[in-house]
Design a protein around this ligand. Structure first.
Ligand SMILES: Nc1ncnc2c1ncn2[C@@H]1O[C@H](COP(=O)(O)OP(=O)(O)O)[C@@H](O)[C@H]1O
Ligand code: SF4
Ligand SMILES: [Mg+2]
Length: 336
């Protein structure tokens, strides 16, 4: 594995109101190597966006640490850095979102949108330098730089996503959290934006946390993948390892919904049965037990520990060591 750039440890986030307490994240831990893409998957409401927002500190985690090691720099707990300290490093970790149209102010020109973070961070930067950097960021994302005076509504979904990427790139970050960044796009446009993200990654030595409910997209882009359920990390491993030899029944169930070429195998696959439980009132023991086909007595009573099963393959299941679960087949050329 590459040297660690981010170590997420024991992140918990509780949304507390007068009536309810929602544990949106419960003791989430994983390690990210420099230059890697980490995929985060799981059904809607499992805490993916909350995890991304806690990591970039758009919201404050209730507890936990995010150890960040910039290249050549010293490791800091990003979540504990004070306001003054954040001025120097907040720009290092940026986030891009699913629907850039709603996150882009319709009254701002594309130039204003891309330059805004620059102006906020470097108040005294000369106009000519701002302009140079905006044009550079726009060109990097494949935007036509003669359109910078236009408004976002004049652009297609794919181009608007490029505007969002340019805005994230302008501060020259080390890490970008992409939250459902291509989920709203047509498949062909999705591929273009993913390939753009990949080439930017090589060029600018970026590390990505790629959040998506789409397992195929995550499989394509990620070096390692984490599977979340009801605010917990259930499984975490290298992509091909996780997709071909899942150790958690929830991962197997998610994978069984991914389209595959072989119709004989397809029939044998079980869909994910049952509803996602209410996060304000989660099940006892293993949170997945009401929907799990492999449950035993202990599963209702004891919470399984997120454990390294070897080679950096983590799973939180009492039966990970014994179960032979079904994944996706690969050969040398990729997925079969
Ligand atoms: N600001 C908030 N206040 C209260 N509950 C929230 C808030 N944001 C998210 N949640 C809850 O936290 C859980 C995780 O949400 P989210 O992180 O958006 O999941 P995902 O991105 O995986 O769909 C959900 O139950 C959601 O309703
Ligand atoms: S701990 Fe038990 S209920 Fe939970 S996933 Fe494993 S086998 Fe299923
Ligand atoms: Mg989300």
């Amino acid at each position: 594995m590459a040297e660690s750039i981010l170590r997420v440890e024991h992140i918990t986030k509780v949304f507390q109101s007068a009536k309810t307490s929602i544990r949106a994240l419960e003791d989430v831990s994983f390690d990210i190597g420099k230059g890697e893409t980490i995929g985060i998957v799981g059904e809607s409401g499992c805490g993916k966006t909350t995890l991304g927002r806690c990591i970039v500190r758009a919201i404050e985690a209730t507890s936990g640490n995010v150890y960040y090691t910039p290249s050549g720099g010293e490791t800091v707990d990003f979540l504990k850095v004070d306001r003054r300290g954040m001025r120097g490093i907040r720009k290092d970790i940026q986030m891009i979102f699913q629907d850039p149209y709603s996150s882009l102010d319709p009254r701002m020109t594309v130039f204003d949108i891309i330059s805004e973070p620059l102006k906020a961070n470097y108040r005294r930067m000369p106009k000519a330098e701002v302009e140079r950097q905006v044009i550079d960021a726009a060109a990097k994302t494949g935007l036509n730089t003669s359109y910078l005076k236009r408004y976002p509504h004049a652009f297609s979904g794919g181009q608007r996503q490029r505007i969002g990427i340019a805005r994230a790139l302008i501060l020259n970050p080390n890490i970008i959290v992409c939250d459902e960044a291509v989920s709203a796009l047509d498949v062909s446009i999705q591929a273009q934006v993913i390939n753009l993200l990949k080439s930017l990654q090589r060029e600018m030595e970026l590390t990505y946390i790629f959040i998506s409910h789409d397992l195929s997209v995550v499989e394509y882009i990620s070096d390692r993948v984490g599977v979340m359920y009801l605010g917990k990390m259930m499984e975490y491993a290298e992509t091909v390892e996780l997709y071909s030899r899942p150790k958690h029944p929830y991962t197997e169930a998610l994978l069984s919904a991914v389209p595959i070429a072989d119709p004989d195998i397809a029939v044998k696959r079980l869909p994910l049965a049952g509803e996602i439980p209410n996060p304000a009132n989660p099940p006892s023991g293993c949170f997945f037990h009401p929907r799990c086909g492999y449950g035993i007595d202990v599963c209702r009573k004891k919470t399984p520990v997120f454990t390294n099963c070897g080679n950096g393959h983590f799973s939180a299941c009492h039966r990970s060591a014994e179960l032979q679960l079904r994944g996706i087949n690969y050969n040398n050329e990729g997925r079969v």
